[in-house]
Design a protein around this ligand. Structure first.
Ligand code: PXP
Length: 249
């Protein structure tokens, strides 16, 4: 298949993490979002967690008023979050599992056990014109559940693979194979396929070679790089890595 252009969604949560470490207003995640778009991001992702540990309600309001590219609103499928999403009307909502004690989103959604309540949130958000994606493990069973839920988009959790690559584990090829097969299955099921979690320049380049994947959502690595080279440079280098992977280079 001819691969469509791969979009880059920049997750700005950790600009808010740094801000909140001190209290006050700096650094401003909305300024980061505007800069990221100027540097080539195709969209902005922000996760309003139940505990508001990084992004806050006011950040979401300011993002909606300030950015010229789509907002991907990451959220748990709870009643409160669905109400906020319906009131906010972002372009997209990515449903993620949330555990209070986790450092980041540790696994994909339980789309099988939580099927009915995820379907309920998906139906309500979709009816309001919000494009719903489900953050899932790269497994055939999770994809089939996403299909039966009626989600138009899935985001494949790349964290286990990235972790295996980072520590040089022998499980990395198997983890990548799961992602590759899941991306193919998504295409067969007519579900748009995104990917994210733990990606850096090297792993983003490899994932970019999967033609079914149309969007990557990347945060932590880019914000870490930005400390050393600045956000525009980090985004430009990521864009180049993704383009090189897409071109099969
Ligand atoms: N996609 C989803 C659904 C996430 O929860 C996260 C982490 O917030 C990301 C992508 C980005 O992951 P990372 O910050 O590791 O790049």
């Amino acid at each position: 298949m001819t691969a469509p252009r791969l979009r880059l969604g920049v997750n700005i949560d950790h600009i808010a993490t740094v801000r909140n470490a001190r209290g006050g207003t700096l650094p401003d995640p909305v300024r980061g979002a505007v800069l990221a778009i100027e540097a080539g991001a195709d969209g902005i992702t922000a996760h309003l967690r139940e505990d508001r540990r990084h992004i806050r309600d006011e950040d979401i309001r300011r993002l909606m008023a300030s950015i010229s590219k789509p907002l991907n609103f990451e959220m748990a499928a709870t009643e409160d979050m669905v109400a906020i999403a319906l009131a906010t009307q972002p372009h997209a909502a990515c449903l993620v599992p949330e555990k209070r004690m986790e450092r980041t989103t540790e696994g994909g959604l339980d789309v099988i056990g939580g099927h009915d309540h995820i379907r309920d949130a998906t139906v309500r958000l979709t009816a309001a014109g919000i494009r719903v994606s489900l953050f899932i493990e790269p497994s055939i069973a999770a994809l089939e559940a996403a299909k039966s839920i009626g989600a138009p988009v899935v985001e494949l959790h790349t964290g286990a693979w990235c972790e295996a690559v980072a520590v040089g584990s022998g499980t990395a090829p198997r983890e990548f194979e799961r992602i590759r097969r899941a991306a193919e299955q998504a295409a067969r099921l007519g579900i748009e396929c995104h990917a994210g979690h733990g990606l850096d320049y090297a792993t983003a380049r490899i994932i970019a070679a999967l033609p079914q994947v149309v969007e990557l959502n990347i945060g932590h690595f880019l914000m870490g790089e930005a400390l050393f080279v600045g956000l525009p440079d980090a985004i430009a280098t990521m864009r180049a890595a993704m383009d090189a992977g897409r071109a099969g280079a």
